[in-house]
Design a protein around this ligand. Sequence first.
Ligand code: DQA
Length: 145
Amino acid sequence: MTRVLCVSGPNLQLLGTREPEIYGTMTLAQLHAKVRARGKELGASVTCKQSNHEGELCDWIGGAGGKYDGLLLNGGALSHTSLVLFDAIKAVALPCVEVHLSNPEARDAYRHKSMIAGACVGKVVGFGPDSYVLALEGLIARLRA
Ligand code: DQA
């Protein structure tokens, strides 16, 4: 069984009501259920977590070694700013896919830079909740290659 840790960062607990014209109307709980269901089809267990706190995200990523085979990370706004998350991904040395519901590069200039991309094996953006599913498929394919 492939073990995946799916981590979402600040403000993503508000999915469903947060700027639905950008992020859609699916709640985070529904999104997690969708990702876990696809994982099950692919023979992977997916553990989903969300935090608004950089240190907690750092703890989860840093503690993933030995418990998980790979990571999905939607760092929210921290994706654009956090050297802490970059270092955490590098330190744990598990393959990590950066995920965004929206396409940050098609939005405000301050969202164009990803601080974590250089620590990730790939990135899936712009497909709403399907970004998570596509990222999971890519991560699993890579882990099994
Ligand atoms: C986001 C994009 C970020 O720029 C933003 O700060 C978020 C959500 C996304 O999933 O599209 O919080 O990560």
